[in-house]
Design a binder for this molecule. Structure first.
Ligand SMILES: Nc1ncnc2c1ncn2[C@@H]1O[C@H](COP(=O)(O)OP(=O)(O)O)[C@@H](O)[C@H]1O
Ligand SMILES: O=C(O)[C@@H](O)C(=O)COP(=O)(O)O
Length: 425
């Protein structure tokens, strides 16, 4: 297998979002959890998305894991590697976007790296280096209240400069609107002036197509699903990849009991949980009790086992920003987040042991904890439930067929949970 594109995603929902985009564009793609072991049977593919849980960990560990993934991908022939970050640039001044980018750039020897989290299909656009979420700048969006990576600055040149050792520049819409040659000229100027990374504006998919074709001149790019779309279209346009059928089947229905878990506290997820109350049994966990010990997860499993044969259930730890802030002030941000993620993983493990084979998880870190606990080594990408969220079929589990959906907190329409279960048959 010679890969046309290698991808390293900093969380699991982000990885399935990117795998979904590449698949829809016609690249045969698999998502692996971590660097795959040599004995994992992978189908013939154009792209592999290696999922890491490296967004909110110590920067040095994130760098080491990303470099290992990069080495594996390049060892399978990938000339270009995309480091997939969140479309809302989730990070802190300590990283991890800048440190990982710096390390991967040093390893591949690129003079300059293109960086853009733009993903217009989900309302993420970048103008003059400022990231917009829908109609508002990042720092006014619900991301200002994210439990782990609150985003308070929408100017990404500044945000990246605080995390990176290299000089960060901007390629704005003006050269982009003149086409690939103008972007190349601007990049060459900036590189001559010692700039090692640029935030590049993008408002429409056509901007991402230009970016994708320029990015293929380089060995590394950094961004969200939008740049994935640009790279995929450029690979097909240049004939490096022959477009595959985006709707290829991923296997027979699995049936059986279905459950949803929500650890995301995003505004979108909170609204989706409220809507789910109309169509399924919903249990709201008490976060304080979760931190106190294992009884809350046990309570959830007992509650679910009494209902699961009658229809899908939803178990949520999610709270409003005020409640999240209060809990964090009592227990610390990382300790609270970690305890809740592990409790969700306990619940997922118990549900699967009791026969659940269709599982929807809301939240990137939450999905990471759940998928790790279930020891799933990889996924095939199926139908799209909502922009950025596909149905996934677990591969290499050895304990039966299973379908999952890993939803980024901010993605999906108001009826996301029932929309997902309709497609997860
Ligand atoms: N009630 C709560 N209070 C505080 N933190 C919470 C609560 N519920 C979940 N969390 C934590 O918030 C974080 C949510 O992050 P994540 O799962 O990535 O969601 P998103 O996709 O919205 O970013 C996780 O670490 C999770 O454990
Ligand atoms: O790019 C995106 O917005 C998503 O793919 C993503 O990374 C989401 O992260 P979470 O919100 O933590 O799920």
């Amino acid at each position: 297998m010679k890969l046309s594109l290698g991808c390293i995603a900093d969380d699991y929902t982000g990885a399935s979002d990117l795998a979904n985009t590449l698949t829809r564009q016609g690249l045969r793609t698999v998502q692996t959890i971590g660097v795959p072991p040599d004995d994992l049977a992978l189908p013939e593919v154009d792209a592999v998305v290696v999922s890491l849980k490296s967004r909110s960990i110590d920067a040095k560990v994130a760098v080491d894991r990303s470099r290992a993934a990069d080495k594996w991908l390049r060892g399978r022939g990938a000339d270009h590697v995309l480091f997939k970050i969140c479309s809302t640039f989730d990070s802190t001044d300590a990283g991890n976007i800048g440190p990982v980018m710096d390390a991967l750039r040093a390893d591949c020897g690129d003079a300059i790296v293109l960086v853009t989290p733009a993903f217009p299909e989900t309302g993420r656009t970048v103008y003059q280096g400022n990231l917009f979420v829908g109609a508002v700048p990042l720092n006014e969006s619900p991301l200002k209240d994210h439990p782990l990576n609150p985003m308070h600055d929408s100017n990404l040149v500044r945000v990246l400069a605080r995390q990176s050792r290299t000089k960060v520049g901007l390629v704005d819409l003006a050269p982009l609107s003149r086409g690939a040659a103008a972007v190349r000229e601007r990049l060459a100027d900036l590189a001559r002036n010692g700039v090692g990374a640029v935030i590049i504006d993008a408002v429409f998919d056509r901007d991402l197509e230009t970016i994708g074709s320029v990015a293929l001149d380089h060995r590394l790019s950094v961004g969200a699903s939008g740049i994935g779309l640009g790279l995929a279209r450029a690979l097909i346009a240049t004939g490096k990849v022959k477009a595959a059928d985006a709707g290829a089947a991923i296997g027979a229905p699995v049936g059986g009991p279905a459950a949803c878990l929500a650890g995301s506290c995003s505004q979108a997820t909170l609204a989706q949980i409220a809507n789910a109350e109309k169509t399924m049994a919903v249990l709201h966990l008490d976060p304080e009790q979760i931190i106190a010990g294992p009884n809350e997860a046990r309570r959830a499993l007992a509650w679910a086992s009494a209902r699961i044969t009658e229809g899908p259930v939803l178990i949520a730890s999610s709270s409003t920003p005020d409640q999240v802030a209060a809990l964090q002030s009592r227990h610390g941000r990382d300790a609270a987040g970690h305890a809740i993620e592990q409790a969700m993983a306990d619940v997922a493990e118990g549900l699967v042991q009791s026969g659940v084979r269709r599982l929807v998880v809301a939240g990137g870190e939450t999905s990471g904890a759940v998928v790790d606990r279930l020891r799933i080594p990889g996924f095939l990408v199926g139908e799209e439930i909502a922009a950025g969220v596909p149905v996934l079929r677990a591969v290499g589990t050895g304990n039966g067929e299973m379908l999952l959906a890993l939803k980024s907190g901010n993605f999906g329409g108001p009826e996301f949970f029932s929309d997902a279960l309709k497609l997860m048959r």
